[in-house]
Ligand binder design. Sequence first.
Ligand code: S3P
Length: 171
Amino acid sequence: MPEQHLVLIGLMAAGKSVVGRSFAARHGLPYVDTDQLVVEEYGPIPEIFANHGERYFREAEARAVAGALAAPERSVVSLGGGAVLDSGTQQGLREATVVFLDTDLATVRPRISRSGHRPLLTGDPVVRWSALAEERRPIYESLADIVIDTRGLAVPEVVERITAALDEGEH
Ligand code: S3P
């Protein structure tokens, strides 16, 4: 197991939070969800977007990520889907072990259709998610040390795959 933080990245509804929490519990590590940090400080994400706009949210998110990555104790950190757009965050991730949880529309479709808490999916969630997937997949791939194709896998299986990839020692 690497000594660096383990950071989960990927699109909305890819399972970053549930996998992160489960991986952390399995390995006895602290767990941090950067969306949660932003909510604790600024309130619900839809309200932040509505009252202050996306840029304000991104700045708050970048600070939350920087704080999480600066923690001295090794932890598991789930990032919001768009956190990787920030160049400072991209830089910070070089010091972490980054896991991209890849997925596809068929898998997330049932989850995103009731995504009222995700302002970037308002309108047609399927169209919006697909556009973001196309735009961001190259960024996730370029930042990742480990890519897990989560399609068809239950959460414990994803946790096992991450554990196995880390144990292989290449990261
Ligand atoms: C966003 C993803 C969300 C949240 C915000 C914006 C994005 O987090 O940070 O709604 O830009 O992809 P999840 O990926 O945890 O849904």
